[in-house]
Design a protein around this ligand. Sequence first.
Ligand code: APR
Ligand code: ZN
Ligand code: ZN
Length: 362
Amino acid sequence: MRAAVLTEFGAPLVAADVRLDDPAPDEVLVRVVASGVCHSDLNVAVGNLPASPRPQILGHEVAGVVERVGSGVTAFAPGDHVVTCPSGFCGTCSWCMSGLLHLCTDKNRARPAGQPPRATLDGVPVAQFAGLGGFAEEVLVHERAVAAIPAEMPLDRASVLGCAVVTGMGSVLNTAQVRPGQTVAVIGCGGVGLNVLQAARFSGAATIVAVDRAAAKLDRAKLFGATHLVDAGSVDAVEAVREITGGGVDHAFEVVGRPETIEQAFAMLRIRGAATVVGVAKPADRVSIGALDLLSEKTLRGAQMGSSRFRLDVDLFARMYLDGRILLDELISRHIALDDVNDALQSMDDFTGARSVITVDA
Ligand code: APR
Ligand code: ZN
Ligand code: ZN
């Protein structure tokens, strides 16, 4: 099957014919119909995570149709429509047993050491980003990295559920638990940030300030629930948010993944406010906060995958979309072919749209 393979950091992904093994008893083979291109894919591609193995198939926002299941799989059958999950769960570690499946200590759900690789290229093992490897025509994944979706859910719209929607909406609904009447600021209004915005609206936040440095991103932010817009390219974001909200916000969400925007998120809080960092920074990045600000009972915390229980949240958000209660159509700015993935990655930082989604020909 065809896949876009990372062989060298900073170089274009290479189109290659990758061989997938037969499903092990606990694995599912999925025909990829749609695959979103996320900023985390770019992070790996450019070498921001130097420990990432190569060759590797990137991509982790997959929607598709189950083709085959391993002998021990009972939750899925061929023909089922599914979404893949970048944080699968083992079901037995202490985090899983506590109901915090997104913190599972074995979340990538790779094959145990000593077993043949799932994917090979000319006999050489090929790693799968997040245990998935979605820039491909097929993915062979652990059954607990898969969530079912209703058959009536359009598969291109479903793909973004797998990361952007679960991460963005989950960080508001599960991690931060925004309440009606609160004030919210969102720094970074890309694919994930837009979902933070729409979840803040859904939560009943009274004031929702969108902060971005690209005008086109701010325009779209309005559609997703922003009540106020701040162009970080022309004004001081912290001052602007403090002025709009009369002293700072209850919740600031950082959805960029840079130290300076994390510091801004903390600096724009009101007393007892909480900054939730959704963006993924580089391993060596450090942030600095005013130590005395902690006396005002402010919180700086991380969020991973929207603290979600993936199978529940994917089903919930799919049904909310089908009921017309959340926006997904407007998240997908362009459909591209698998061969165009390099263009999508290279232009991501200047892209004025929301998400690019690869649609793989049937
Ligand atoms: N201030 C404000 N906005 C910024 C700044 C800045 N200094 N720098 C970048 N941005 C904006 C961009 O203009 C863009 O709209 O941040 C947004 C990032 O959006 P995307 O590139 O679409 O990234 P996305 O896929 O949403 O991921 C955002 O969340 O899950 C993580 O790894 C992911 O760290 C990444 C973050
Ligand atoms: Zn992602
Ligand atoms: Zn676990």
